[in-house]
Design a protein. Structure first.
Length: 463
């Protein structure tokens, strides 16, 4: 076997310093998929047993959305704290311990809609911060030129966990009902917290850290449109060499503390959040009550579990290459392609809603495999290391607010419309079209190294 082939294979593998975080993420998604796929279906039955609830779909959406909504408070507090003091993996461990406790309490006291609402609301303050901390630490200890690839690794390992959990979720739910699902999830949640504690808190060794500082300096010069790019190529290369030498000699000044608002109002950050908000508002109903919709169109428990397994497997295949594409071809093309699929997919789903097999096939497309790594890579480009947790949490806040707002509106309409839940594909269809137009107009390429190389290559040779 040639060394070139081996090196090519190795280039697609994650660095070993990222493995504890990535394996912990997989285990966490085993816990999540073991119970969440059928939790909404079980809760829908619990709500319908209460004949006094006038708007069952809206009530279902409110209960399922509660932990994410209240998590905005906890995540904002812990994101700011972690950016100041670090300790991200310790915060992740605490989050998973509390998630385990949440599952156990649901096991014994989740016998009414009100109890479920109170339990999810209380623990939601702490359990959702795991994902923001994970993205922030992962993109901080990786090489800055490989953030797109690392973002794909993150979703890839989440997919591995989701496949494993999905493959057994139907059997567990049918055999032991929701109590069995929650019991399995509790054990895996604690294991995920333990595994992430083995992650390093700082990037690489001293030599690699110095190179990172050099690369970040060049990125900063490019982003500020310095006078280097106004000179000819030979002068530019000479100045970059001087810049690298100066970076090793001149002590780094302490960076001022940035607030959420300062990060939010950056033009490119705001553009990303606007585009994502439109997409997530439309997709919100499927994000919250998607599995209940699948029951409405005639899919069985086994169909739903199998669809989750296949969709996640297809997403994994895409993610094997997506990181390289993000780093070599740019963030914007991938992001645009990711949101174009929403109106196409859900337009077909609405038109073919009476055909169970057609819905099953359409559900297999892994929407997350493009959108999540692209948006995370863009945000990591737009934030410094000491503000990355807050940057990532802004994406989470946007998703929580707009996805759930869309779900509330769609579920309210489903409660009063003759078509019931069959109407909800119209939301990602209509808002997806708007999102494509907006994203095309306002999203800019953010891969600074790629932009720098394009600028250098476009400069004419000096005569």
């Amino acid at each position: 076997m040639s060394s070139k082939f081996i090196s090519g294979v190795v280039s697609y593998l994650p660095p070993k310093n990222l493995l504890p975080l990535l394996f912990g993420y997989s285990i966490d998604h085993i816990a999540l998929s073991t119970y969440w796929i059928f939790f909404g279906i079980w809760l829908d039955g619990l709500i319908r047993n209460n004949v006094n609830i006038a708007y069952p779909f809206l009530t279902l959406a409110i209960v399922l959305a509660t932990p994410a909504i209240v998590s905005i408070i906890g995540t904002s507090i812990f994101s700011s704290l972690s950016d100041k003091i670090g300790r991200r993996k310790e915060i992740m461990f605490l989050s998973r311990v509390l998630l385990m406790v949440q599952y156990i309490i649901l096991l014994f006291f989740g016998n009414s809609t009100l109890n479920v609402l109170l339990i999810l609301g209380t623990f939601g303050l702490f359990t959702q911060m795991f994902y923001t901390m994970h993205s922030a630490l992962l993109t901080s200890i990786c090489h800055p030129d490989k953030r797109g690839q690392v973002s794909s690794f993150q979703v890839l390992f989440a997919s591995i966990g989701w496949i494993i959990g999905s493959s057994v979720s139907s059997s567990i739910f049918k055999s032991f009902d929701i109590e069995g699902s929650l019991g399995f999830a509790a054990g895996f949640a604690l294991l995920a917290g333990v595994i992430v504690m083995f992650s390093p808190a700082k990037p690489w060794n001293h030599k690699e850290l110095k190179q990172k500082q050099i690369d970040l300096t060049i990125e900063k010069e490019v982003s500020l449109k310095s006078e280097l790019l106004d000179k000819d190529i030979s002068s530019t290369k000479e100045d970059i060499t001087k810049l690298r030498i100066a970076e090793e000699i001149v002590p780094k000044q302490k960076k001022p503390v940035t607030t959420y608002w300062q990060i939010f109002k950056r033009k490119e950050v705001l553009s990303l959040l606007i585009a994502l908000a439109i997409v997530d508002f439309g997709f919100g109903p499927f994000n919250v009550v998607g599995n209940v919709y699948l029951i409405e169109v005639g899919l069985s428990y086994d169909d739903i579990a199998l669809a989750n397994v296949i969709a996640t497997f297809l997403g994994m295949i895409m993610l094997l290459f997506m990181g390289k594409v993000l780093d070599k071809r740019g963030r914007k093309p991938v992001f645009l392609i990711s949101i174009i699929t929403y109106p196409i997919l859900y337009g077909l789903m609405y038109a073919l809603s009476s055909f169970r097999i057609a819905i099953f096939i359409l559900y297999l497309y892994p929407l997350y495999a493009l959108k999540v790594p692209a948006s995370n890579a863009i945000m990591s480009d737009l934030t410094e290391e000491n503000e990355r947790a807050r940057g990532m949490s802004l994406i989470q806040f946007e998703q929580i607010i707009f996805a759930n707002a869309g779900a509330f509106l769609a579920c309210f309409i489903a409660d009063i419309a003759p078509q019931k839940l069959l109407i909800i594909p119209l939301f990602p269809l209509s808002f997806g079209i708007v999102a494509v137009i907006v994203a095309f107009l306002i999203i800019k390429e953010t891969n600074k190294k790629l932009l720098f190389n394009r600028k250098i290559n476009s400069e004419p040779d000096r005569k």
